[in-house]
Design a binder for this molecule. Structure first.
Ligand code: A5A
Ligand code: ZN
Length: 481
């Protein structure tokens, strides 16, 4: 497949300003996902894309492994368990795929393909939780889940088989401890996205948009290049709603039986959709070094003294590899220009060129993918020099993305203004917090309220555009994926 593509005349990547076409073409040319699988909403990871997934998920694993345990629960959920929590069923029943037959035999109890795993995990939590000494429990799994999505499906963004669903499920003694865990989950996701140089906005979802069965939902959103927001993570306080339906009880210090309190939080390959979309440019993929399958590509610039240059390039490649970097040395017969093009498409953060003049001065020429800036660095301590550049690159990518986000948040005084601005980004407007007002605002604008964001963004003064009440809460509204 990869070979075949290079044989054919290369078609150019559409400009990023044409986001939808750019995105689809980039997934193929960058060898992230193949969209030609013959089932709607199901896509195939190319090996290169899967490498990006591995590196990205290594970060979330690292963050969770500090105080969570990884486990693995079954894909199939018996209808009898699935149907226990009324709100949860209402939220998911139209999205569930059912297994009804084993061979030619109809099953006595239908089996749901998990759309999410509360109802697979909580029957086991009922068995596992006995005493306050068993708490807290913090478990996560990374699995595929299935949702019969009826909105427009899109690779990495809205899937019917979510292939990389990281879901954590925690159990606590008290409601307050669970609330603290929700905050902790949000902090973990913020750190995860900081490492990927993706700016985020955290907000509490309005009541009508919370997770089915939750007391409340905290969401992490980012703004995509086409000015729509993408929800790239959520953390839910489940109260004791599921504990009551699944009978998850613990004996407290006084020997009394108490219902447990729970949280769950999840991310998916939407994290990779955001990574690619936010950093990519007209030349292709751009990765922060931590997520880059190839971090450094070395390109020999051969004029005359080829042997010496070849030797120097191989030497640098080995040194960087030994230093722990992911390195490609491109010794193919292609011309340097063609090599640049190819590795730029692949998002390699740093290109190292070594030519006769560089060698004479004992330097290498490095070119950054994020900024295009070219400079000479001494060969003697090239490892440390490059390592420092990596951190600069991540910071620069995050800074650029943050600026682009800030420029697209618009303060609005009226719903008319919101309507006007919403095609350009996120609209910020006072909201009294009442359900009726919120629903009316959504109605008039034709877009959703994401919530009242945490921090500065959510604070201000103004009058609710529906009831006119003075408020200090600012809500954000946006077109969403
Ligand atoms: N059990 C909880 C964690 C849960 O299922 N929450 S959730 O429904 O909000 O999903 C978690 C995250 O998965 C969402 O915030 C979103 O980023 C992602 N997600 C949800 N549906 C998706 C889909 N069809 N395709 C890709 N990602 C999806
Ligand atoms: Zn109001």
């Amino acid at each position: 497949m990869a070979e075949k593509q290079t044989d054919e005349k290369k078609s150019a990547l559409p400009a990023k300003s044409n986001f939808s076409e750019w995105y689809n073409e980039l997934l193929l040319m960058g060898e992230i996902m193949d969209v030609r699988y013959p089932v709607k909403g199901l896509y195939v990871w190319f090996p290169f894309g899967f490498e990006v997934r591995k590196l990205t998920y290594a970060i979330i694993r690292e963050l969770l492994d500090k105080d969570h345990k990884e486990a693995l629960f079954p894909l199939l959920i018996p209808e009898t368990e699935f149907m226990k929590e009324a709100e949860h069923i209402k939220g998911f029943e139209n999205e569930v795929y059912w297994v009804t037959h084993g061979g030619k035999n109809e099953l006595d109890v239908k089996l749901a393909l998990r759309p999410t795993s509360e109802t697979a995990i909580y029957p086991m939590y009922k068995v596992w939780v006995r005493s306050h000494a068993d708490l807290p429990i913090k478990i996560y799994q990374i699995v595929n889940t299935f949702r019969y999505e009826t909105k427009h499906t899109r690779p990495l963004i809205r899937l019917r088989e979510i292939t990389s669903f990281k879901e954590a499920h925690t159990v606590h003694a008290t409601w307050d401890e669970a609330a603290e865990q929700v905050r902790e989950a949000v902090r973990i996701y913020q750190e995860f996205y900081r490492r990927l140089a993706i700016p985020t906005i955290v907000s509490k979802r309005p009541d009508w948009d919370k997770f089915p069965g939750a007391d409340y939902t905290m969401a992490v959103d980012t703004l995509m290049p086409d000015n729509r927001t993408l929800q790239i993570g959520t953390a839910h306080h489940l109260g004791s709603n599921f504990a009551k339906t699944f009978d998850i009880k613990y004996e407290d210090i006084n020997g009394e039986q108490q219902f447990a309190h729970q949280t769950c939080y999840g991310i998916s390959e939407r994290s990779i959709a955001a990574l690619i979309s936010i950093h990519g440019d007209d030349k292709g993929l751009v990765f922060p070094p931590e997520a880059a399958p190839v971090q450094v590509v070395i390109i020999p610039i051969l004029f005359g003294k080829s042997e010496e240059i070849t030797k120097a390039c191989r030497d640098v490649a080995n040194r960087l590899k030994e230093y722990g970097m992911r390195v490609a040395l491109d010794e193919s017969d292609e011309r340097p220009g063609a090599k640049y093009y190819k590795w730029e498409m692949k998002g390699v953060p740093l290109r190292v060129e070594i030519g006769p003049r560089d060698l004479k001065n004992n330097v290498a020429t490095i070119v950054r993918r994020d900024s295009g800036i070219k400079e000479n660095i001494p060969l003697d301590n090239i490892e440390q020099e490059i390592r420092h550049k990596f951190e600069d690159i991540r910071k620069n990518l995050l800074g650029k993305a943050q600026t682009l986000l800030k420029e697209r948040i618009f303060d609005c005084g009226t719903l008319e203004e919101v309507k006007d601005k919403i095609s350009k980004g996120i609209a910020r407007i006072a909201w009294c917090g009442e359900r009726e007002c919120g629903l009316e605002m959504e109605n008039v604008v034709g877009a959703g309220i994401l919530g009242v964001p945490e921090g500065e963004l959510g604070r201000g003064t103004g009058k609710c555009p529906v009831c006119g009440k003075e408020t200090e809460n600012m809500a954000i509204m946006a077109k969403t994926y």
